[in-house]
Design a protein around this ligand. Structure first.
Ligand code: 6PG
Length: 248
């Protein structure tokens, strides 16, 4: 395993969102320059919305080759896309719906059915996308994740049986806030990404950030995110980084 880990600490949450948007832009541009297209998985929750809103505005909107970008989701709540809890619905409102050029592909998690069936459908959709690019195993160019105060990421919750899934790329799961049925990507696909970015802000996350980044025994779900042959970047604001030592 050969993972590079770096940490960016921004003075406040707005600057952290900007730093994460910079990484997203650079990840897309690098993938497009090297293989002609980029595949990203993004997350829901409140934190990424600040970054998402920047993407449809200058300078990001003109700097991202939207037509070459395929967007997927690291997890989704099984509610209608119009529901305020929908991760796809939020991203559509925050940037996808107001881009001057539609992305090359937008692949929301299907939500009209039971969790297991939706997870299988999403796995097929992901497999089809990467097979068309001659990748037998999916390897996202970038995965953008958040962190819950209990150490969950995507919809990988503590003590969930899904944490031991090693073969399937997607799984149905229940939990989180809101406590609804969800579909999540699993470690089996997340850790194949070329780059994983955690965006975490606010003092309510300071303790869990410290735990995830400094506790050697990986007990929290986010601690098992480790791109096998890629780079992992933590983008924090000062409040979320407050309990880390040796970080300004
Ligand atoms: C979800 C998420 C989830 C989220 C964290 C942090 O859809 O619930 O993808 O993993 O990233 O719960 O959420 P906040 O940014 O709202 O704190």
């Amino acid at each position: 395993m050969n993972t590079t880990v770096d940490t960016i600490v921004a003075p406040d949450s707005r600057k952290a969102c900007q730093a994460a948007a910079d990484v997203l832009r650079d990840t897309v541009r690098a993938a497009v320059a090297s293989v002609g297209g980029a595949s990203l998985a993004i997350s829901g929750g409140a934190t990424p919305r600040g970054m998402h809103r920047l993407l449809a505005r200058p300078p990001y909107v003109a700097a991202i080759p939207w037509g070459r970008l395929h967007l997927f989701w690291a997890d989704e709540r099984l509610v209608g896309y119009e529901d305020p809890a929908s991760n796809y619905g939020a991203a559509r409102a925050d940037f996808i719906g107001s881009l001057p050029q539609a992305p090359g592909g937008v692949h929301p998690v299907p939500v009209h059915g039971d969790g297991k069936a939706m997870a299988l459908l999403y796995e097929e959709e992901i497999g089809k996308h990467f097979r068309q690019r001659d990748h037998l195993e999916p390897d996202f160019d970038g995965v953008f994740l958040g962190l819950g105060s209990d150490g969950h990421t995507a919809s990988l919750f503590p003590a969930s049986p899904v944490l031991s899934e090693q073969r399937r790329w997607t799984a149905a799961v229940r939990g989180g806030e809101p406590d609804v049925e969800r579909v999540t990507l699993t470690y089996a696909i997340l850790n194949r990404a070329r780059r994983i970015v955690f965006l975490v802000t606010g003092e309510s996350k300071a303790a869990v950030v410290r735990h995830v980044l400094t506790d050697a025994s990986p007990v929290l779900p986010a601690q098992r995110i480790r791109p096998h042959a890629g780079r992992m970047t933590w983008v924090l604001d000062r409040a979320a980084a407050a309990m880390l030592e040796n970080i300004d």
